[in-house]
Design a protein. Structure first.
Length: 157
C-alpha cells in the first residue's frame, strides 16, 4: 500500500468503483446516489486528515476524519473491491497512525456510522478498536438501521 496525494480524480475513481456494500451504506445517508457529487463533497471536506491509499498506481480507498467540533471527529472510509490487496496495511495505518493523530490533535472522541447490513465494515471498525455505542433506528433514507461506532480517549469518560 502507498498513500498518495488526495486528488479529485483519485477520489472520483474510488467513488465510481466502490464495493457494493460501501455504495449502499454511503448513499443511504445522502440526498442522491451520484458518485461524482460524493467525490466532490469528500474533496471539499474541511480537513487535512484525509488520505488516498493505492495498490500499485490504482486508487483503492479513501480514509479520513473531519473535526465536527472541538474534540470530536467523524471518521470515514470507502473503498473498491481491490481493498483486499491493501486491507492489512490500511488497518495498521488507521489504527497506529490516524487514530493516534486524532488524539494528539486534542480529540477525545471519534465516531463512524455504519449500516447494520455492512458486517465487513463492523469487523474492520472493531479491529481498529472502535466499539458499537448505539443503534440508530431508521437512520438511512430508506429506513435502514445504522450503528454508531466510537473511539474515546482512555482517560476521558
Amino acid at each position: 500500500m502507498k498513500l498518495v496525494e488526495f486528488s479529485p480524480d483519485r477520489v472520483r475513481h474510488i467513488a465510481r468503483n466502490m464495493r457494493a456494500d460501501d455504495r449502499a451504506e454511503v448513499h443511504a445517508t445522502r440526498w442522491d446516489d451520484d458518485d461524482d457529487r460524493l467525490a466532490a463533497e469528500v474533496c471539499a471536506y474541511p480537513t487535512k486528515l484525509r488520505w488516498v491509499a493505492c495498490h500499485g498506481d490504482e486508487p483503492v480507498a479513501v480514509i479520513g476524519a473531519v473535526n465536527m467540533w472541538p474534540g470530536n471527529f467523524s471518521v470515514f472510509m470507502f473503498a473498491t473491491d481491490n481493498i483486499q490487496h491493501i486491507g492489512l496495511s490500511l488497518t495498521r495505518f488507521a489504527k497506529y497512525r490516524m487514530i493516534p493523530t486524532l488524539l494528539d490533535m486534542g480529540g477525545w472522541r471519534g465516531e463512524a456510522r455504519s449500516a447494520a447490513f455492512h458486517t465487513e465494515a463492523h469487523r474492520w471498525l472493531e479491529a481498529l478498536g472502535a466499539r458499537r455505542e448505539s443503534t440508530l433506528a431508521n437512520y438511512g433514507k430508506n429506513g435502514e438501521d445504522f450503528y454508531n461506532y466510537v473511539w474515546t480517549r482512555p482517560d476521558v469518560s
